[in-house]
Design a protein around this ligand. Structure first.
Ligand SMILES: CC(C)(COP(=O)(O)OP(=O)(O)OC[C@H]1O[C@@H](n2cnc3c(N)ncnc32)[C@H](O)[C@@H]1OP(=O)(O)O)[C@@H](O)C(=O)NCCC(=O)NCCS
Length: 162
């Protein structure tokens, strides 16, 4: 296999992103190509993972710098890896890249994840996210979501057991 390269996602990738979304999130409102273009035009930070010319992974984060003394916040909007390439560290590399952008502004990062999505929960816990609560019937399929939070730099919360 050729080495995987991470770079910026562009509007030219939107159709392939939508193709992967339909595979990765069936029944849970997979995003359209237009949704990806809107995300990029909104200025959100998106990374691509490529194997040669082929897009095999993507992820995006919205960054909200803290103003007037407020805490900066970030929200992971989506992340996905082609099933043929999962388990190779690509999801982790994409997430590390997005979190580096969040850490650069000192942001606390939030996300929602299906309560039964063990691979994603494992990935998020590995980089310092903790479950804050549960949103009932958050997804189109009726599935529940956990809301997760990661403090700036992935530091454990002050009340975490040592
Ligand atoms: C979640 C996802 C992005 C992970 O991508 P990936 O490239 O396969 O993940 P990586 O190989 O980088 O694995 C990183 C860590 O994730 C966790 N992980 C990955 N696959 C896992 C699995 N099947 N079960 C449990 N944990 C898993 C592990 O902690 C792993 O670290 P380790 O290899 O040191 O144990 C991928 O499974 C995916 O695209 N899923 C469908 C889309 C999705 O659910 N996105 C998240 C929506 S909130």
């Amino acid at each position: 296999m050729t080495p995987v390269v991470l770079d910026a996602l562009t509007e030219a990738d939107a159709d392939r992103c939508a193709e992967l979304e339909a595979i990765l999130f069936p029944g849970d409102d997979p995003w359209s190509a237009r949704a990806f273009r809107d995300e990029l035009r909104a200025g959100h930070r998106y990374l691509a993972a490529r194997d040669g010319d082929r897009l095999i992974g993507y992820g995006g984060v919205a960054l909200l710098p803290g103003r007037l003394g407020q805490q900066a916040e970030a929200e992971i909007h989506t992340i996905g890896v082609d099933p043929a390439h999962q388990g190779r560290g690509i999801g982790r590399a994409l997430l590390d890249g997005l979190l580096a952008a969040a850490d650069a502004i000192g942001a606390t990062t939030y996300l929602e994840v299906r309560v039964d999505n063990e691979p994603a929960l494992g990935l998020y816990r590995a980089v310092g996210f903790e479950v804050l609560g549960t949103r009932r019937r958050y997804y189109a399929s009726g599935a529940d979501a956990h809301t997760m939070r990661r403090l700036p730099g992935g530091d454990p919360p002050a009340d975490a057991p040592r």
